[in-house]
Design a protein around this ligand. Structure first.
Ligand SMILES: [Mg+2]
Length: 363
């Protein structure tokens, strides 16, 4: 079963409100979709990133994978990774490899007429999710409505909000929003925060002590993900979990992060790190070090693979991407009750609504 040259499409979707975290603001999200076929069967993968990812995938990786075996994904993955030596693996190249690798796994499961989770082998039937959004741009009633929808509407007992507004220059508002979030979700739901690297080391420790008073157990990227020493310092000073890993573009990145003692729960993004092939390797690396894994963004990319790893904590039900994946695909999952069940259908179970989303197409 030989692969045809992949088809690539790029879509840009405006956000439903202005969005920002501690260190970045945006008003649209671009999704790059890769469809790869053999004779008669097609697999679909995607990543979130600049439109240039689509151009790189089409021009650079497309000819490389054409004619290779659809069943031997590690061989195709290895060829792709070797080919980008001079282009540079992190960033655009790795996002392109990721989208194609995700499509290859979907294709293989469809060729074998299996749910992707069954092809990989399941460790669990249900996958816990946490609601993620709470952007710093939301006014108080918007934040309350979003959190209320997850915890009391969909009965998802775990939520995350963004803090670190303005590169850590608005700590009073950060903590007021954390307090407000706790009031909305009640004492029993888990409350997480993500500073997106906005704070300095000692500032993060000071903020973290107050977060503990609000029962926050998850402090994501308290300082820059690149400051492994600082992450270790914050981790040692606080009772809450320090979590990082969303900018991991290859396996050695995660190895360095774990070796530095920088993380309590490793976050992995299959749309960046090299697809599901590399995702599963990074999850195994975490397991070997006694760490749990949580996935970053792109919930429907991760649901099936998350069902296969024993050291899973949960997957991120990220507002922005949930909205896009619900809009773009038939077969989107329902998180009501705080879990999804990614075991029905074949492949990852999603089908692209090509005609319905044409208005967002940019390439
Ligand atoms: Mg984050």
């Amino acid at each position: 079963m030989k692969l045809h040259r992949p088809a690539v499409s790029v879509y840009t979707v405006p956000t439903d409100a202005p969005e920002a975290d501690g260190t970045l603001a945006w008003d649209a999200t671009t999704v790059v979709i890769c469809e790869v076929s053999t004779d008669g069967t097609t697999g679909t993968g995607w990543t979130y990133g600049p439109a240039a990812v689509g151009g790189f995938l089409d021009a650079f990786l497309g000819p490389l994978v054409e004619g290779r075996s659809a069943l031997d994904i590690p061989a195709v993955h290895d060829a792709m990774c070797r080919s980008v030596r001079n282009a540079g693996r992190p960033g655009i190249a790795s996002c392109a490899i990721s989208a194609l690798d995700i499509a290859l796994w979907d294709l293989k499961a469809r060729l074998l007429e299996l749910p992707l989770a069954r092809l990989l082998g399941t460790a669990r039937e249900t996958v816990p999710v946490y609601g993620s959004g709470g952007f710093t741009t939301y006014h108080d009633t918007h934040l309350a409505a979003q959190l209320n929808g997850w915890v009391h509407g969909q009965h998802i007992p775990r939520v995350k909000i963004k803090i670190g507004e303005g590169w850590g220059r608005a700590v009073t508002r950060d903590l007021a929003r954390v307090h407000a979030a706790r009031q909305v979700i009640g004492p029993d739901a888990e409350l997480y925060v993500d500073a997106n690297g906005a704070y300095t080391r000692k500032q993060a420790v000071r903020v973290g002590h107050t977060l503990a008073e609000h029962g926050v157990g998850w402090f994501e990227e308290p300082v820059s993900s690149d400051d492994l020493t600082g992450l270790r310092l914050v981790r040692d000073a606080l009772v809450c979990d320090v979590t990082v890993g969303e900018y991991g573009y290859d396996l050695p990145y995660f190895a360095r992060m774990i070796a530095a003692g920088a993380v309590d729960c490793l976050q992995i993004d299959a749309t960046r790190c090299g697809g599901l092939t590399e995702f599963l390797r990074a999850a195994a690396l975490a397991h070997a070090h006694g760490l749990e894994v949580s996935t970053h963004c792109a919930p429907h990319v991760h649901a099936a693979a998350a069902a296969t790893i024993p050291n899973l904590r949960h997957i991120e039900w990220f507002h922005d991407h949930v909205r896009i994946e619900d809009m773009f695909f038939d077969g989107a999952l329902d998180p009501t009750g705080g879990v999804v069940r990614p075991l029905s259908g074949v492949g990852h179970g999603l089908t692209l609504r090509t005609e319905e989303v044409e208005e967002y197409r940019v390439a």
